[in-house]
Design a protein around this ligand. Structure first.
Ligand code: FAD
Ligand code: FES
Length: 207
């Protein structure tokens, strides 16, 4: 869903930046050809991908509060410690980068792991049925998976297609500036891979 920047932004973060280079606790720079946002807030220094995983909103212009950053475009929220998308409309995490402080400067090196895999609590049901195959239904299924739910999820929908980004339909897609592959919230392969079942995770048109 995102377009790549032609030129990386700001300073080369592997060479280090000074705390005074940060404006309101934020600085956009790059590591290789990837734009990275450095944030000093909530008692830590964090480096994450500089653009929102929803529609590439500029997180450097976002609102930082404690260990979170909120996208200025549609207000998705990300945990700076793990990159995790904690509020819709973003689902995918931001990349996370290793930060070091040396001689009063901030250095960003390679990528680091994001949120660790979770395990569903004991006693979680074996099967969950979600009624509605829109954004809310998709978000529920995606969060169950993220929380470690390993059972079977059935989504009941009156739609012929898997969950789509409805707001996009009447805007960029209609204007011709968004390709068709941006419309589904995830590809068919995503469902088959994450919820393997007897029918390979395919949709049942009779539902
Ligand atoms: C063209 C368009 C443009 C929009 N633009 C914007 C925008 O710019 N900004 C914004 O904030 N919002 C926008 N919206 C609104 C946004 O899309 C909705 O708020 C959002 O889709 C709501 O998600 P939902 O999952 O709650 O419901 P829906 O997306 O309405 O999903 C409901 C689901 O329930 C299923 N369902 C309904 N009845 C049954 C049944 N009896 N049995 C089984 N399944 C059933 C449907 O098939 C569907 O899958 C737009 C909506 C449309 C249609
Ligand atoms: S681009 Fe960030 S919330 Fe939409």
């Amino acid at each position: 869903m995102s377009e790549q920047q032609a030129q990386p932004s700001g300073p080369d973060l592997t060479k280090g930046v000074s705390f005074t280079d940060l404006t309101h606790g934020k600085l956009i720079g790059h590591v290789g050809d990837e734009d990275v946002l450095v944030v000093c807030s909530g008692g830590g220094i964090f480096a994450v991908g500089a653009y929102c995983s929803h529609y590439h909103g500029p997180l450097a212009d976002g609102l930082v509060e404690g260990t979170t950053v909120r996208c200025p475009w549609h207000h998705a929220c990300f945990d700076l410690r793990t990159g995790e998308a904690t509020h819709a409309p973003a689902f995918n995490p931001l990349s996370c980068w290793q930060v070091e402080q040396r001689a009063g400067r901030i250095f960003v090196s390679g990528r680091r792991a994001g949120a660790p895999a979770r395990q569903a609590p004991a006693g979680a049901p074996e099967r969950i049925v979600i009624v509605g195959g829109g954004a809310a239904g998709f978000a529920a299924a995606e969060m169950l998976h993220r929380q470690g739910f390993a059972g079977r999820i059935t989504m009941l929908s009156a739609d012929a297609d898997a969950p789509v980004d409805r707001p996009n339909l009447s805007k960029d897609y209609l204007a011709g500036s968004a390709p068709e592959e941006w419309v589904p919230l995830q590809s068919d392969g995503f469902y088959a891979q994450r919820a393997p079942c007897r029918d390979g995770g395919r949709r049942d048109p009779s539902l």
